[in-house]
Design a binder for this molecule. Structure first.
Ligand code: 5GP
Length: 115
């Protein structure tokens, strides 16, 4: 059990607003409040998983589902063939919200390595 609802759980529960771009039984996707690219969508499982470190074997199908949803969203948003998918795990990697999420970024070029 998590001590306190994360911001993303509050978005799932419609306690705070977000611009939702996709939703199904297992996942939700919404525009990032501080976009780092012309397309910047946050994709989350509705299940409360804190980070990539907390993905369990029983979550295999769920995480695969998120990737299929990301591919469909990329196509719908017009960025198929040129986008980046990122998950930050833990504070050293810049994770601020402790609810597993994938950043879907597109609409511009990206350099490598990331900062
Ligand atoms: P992290 O740094 O944890 O990988 O990414 C968290 C992301 O969530 C950031 O890009 C940040 O802009 C976004 N974010 C934080 N709070 C909110 C919010 O209340 N609404 C939305 N739509 N995005 C948020």
């Amino acid at each position: 059990m998590m001590a306190e609802k994360s911001i993303f759980k509050k978005i799932i529960d419609r306690e705070i607003p977000a611009t939702i771009v996709y939703e199904d039984d297992l996942c939700l996707a919404f525009e990032d409040i501080n976009p780092q690219a012309p397309v910047h969508v946050i994709v989350i499982p509705k299940k409360e998983i804190a980070s990539a470190d907390d993905v369990a074997e029983e979550d295999e199908a769920l995480v695969g589902h998120l990737m299929v949803a990301i591919r469909e969203m990329a196509a719908k948003l017009g960025i198929a063939g040129g986008y980046r998918v990122v998950t930050n795990c833990g504070p050293a990697a810049g994770q601020e919200v402790m609810h597993l999420h994938f950043h879907l970024l597109g609409g511009r070029g990206f350099s490598w390595p990331p900062g």
